[in-house]
Design a protein around this ligand. Structure first.
Ligand SMILES: [Zn+2]
Length: 308
């Protein structure tokens, strides 16, 4: 049994995957704040697979962890996981002794890209565009995850697509993330609410001019991300996931309309069939945890083959 974890800012999900790739157990726990609490959350999530799903620790052959921040996949070290209160953490070394199995660690979006590829059928090439507080992507081609020399491959959120656009937290103007990141939209909307991006969509439907502007910016940013990914990687599909993708067809329709508008103005873009290549990760898919389980089971930490 291969265990994969998706450590998020509020929740940590753990799944157990059997030899045939079937998910045999799932648990969710609240994520603690800070390095020690994150370690304890991960250990508790794996251990609770036993009572929740009848999977004993002795049945677990490997553990993979998807976590926000910069990850050194060779050492399992995590840095700059600001949403978890972690500046620097030797995560694999801290968790392995408690669980008694090998632990591998990967950035959560890269893990989700591998999971999305597997959920997409496990063949061809897929770019996963994560629409959360921030925006980042992962690319998987033939089962191999692209990392780059410093793990920066896929950081398309900080491609500037308008020098006069909104200021990004990275210091540039008009980044894809400044237009379409949930955090940026929430800050620019500036009104209280548990689901600010959904509130913006609802207010736009009701005719609020500021909401209409922000909603159009979201589609503009996501469409730009899709274009950048296809133009740089020529993947079969761009799969949209992350918290903002829970808007479902309301979001996808806007993005396809934006792509159609750019195609109408450019025979070149029209030839790329961008509208047909973009799709949504099915709601509730545990892409990051599934990808983490595959990474945990890989023989070489830099291999990360699907079906591994
Ligand atoms: Zn930026």
């Amino acid at each position: 049994m291969r265990v994969g974890l998706d450590v998020g800012g509020t929740k940590t999900a753990a799944i157990a995957v059997d030899e045939s790739g079937q998910i045999r157990g799932r648990v969710r726990l609240a994520t603690g704040w800070g390095g020690d609490a994150v370690i304890q959350t991960i250990i508790a999530a794996v251990r609770s697979l036993g009572p929740e799903a009848g999977i004993g620790l002795d049945a677990i052959s490997s553990v993979g962890i998807g976590i926000p921040g910069q990850v050194d996949v060779r050492t399992g070290r995590v840095e700059h996981a600001v949403n978890l209160g972690v500046a620097s953490l030797e995560l694999a070394a801290a968790v392995e002794p408690a669980l008694g199995v090998r632990v591998r660690v990967e950035n959560d979006v890269k893990a989700a890209a591998l999971g999305a590829y597997e959920l997409h059928g496990g063949s061809g090439s897929v770019a996963y565009l994560n629409l959360g507080t921030g925006i980042a992507a992962g690319v998987v081609d033939g089962g191999v995850l692209s990392r780059g020399t410093r793990g920066t491959a896929g950081e398309v959120g900080h491609v500037s697509v308008d020098p006069n656009g909104p200021l990004c937290r990275c210091g540039q103007h008009g980044c894809i993330e400044a237009f379409a990141g949930g955090g940026s939209i929430e800050a620019r909307w500036g009104r209280p609410g548990a689901l600010p991006v959904r509130d913006v969509f609802d207010a736009a439907d009701a005719g609020d001019p500021r909401a209409i502007e922000l909603r159009a910016g979201l589609a503009y940013g996501v469409a730009a991300g899709v274009r950048v990914l296809v133009l740089t990687t020529d993947v079969d599909s761009v799969v949209l996931g992350g918290g903002v993708s829970a808007l479902g067809a309301r979001l996808l329709d806007d993005v396809r309309a934006e792509l159609a508008a750019s195609a109408a103005a450019s025979p070149f873009l029209r030839s790329l069939a961008l509208e047909e290549r973009v799709e949504l990760l099915p709601a509730g898919s545990p892409a990051a945890a599934l990808g983490a389980a595959l990474i945990g089971a890989a023989r070489d930490p830099e291999e990360a083959l699907a079906h591994g």
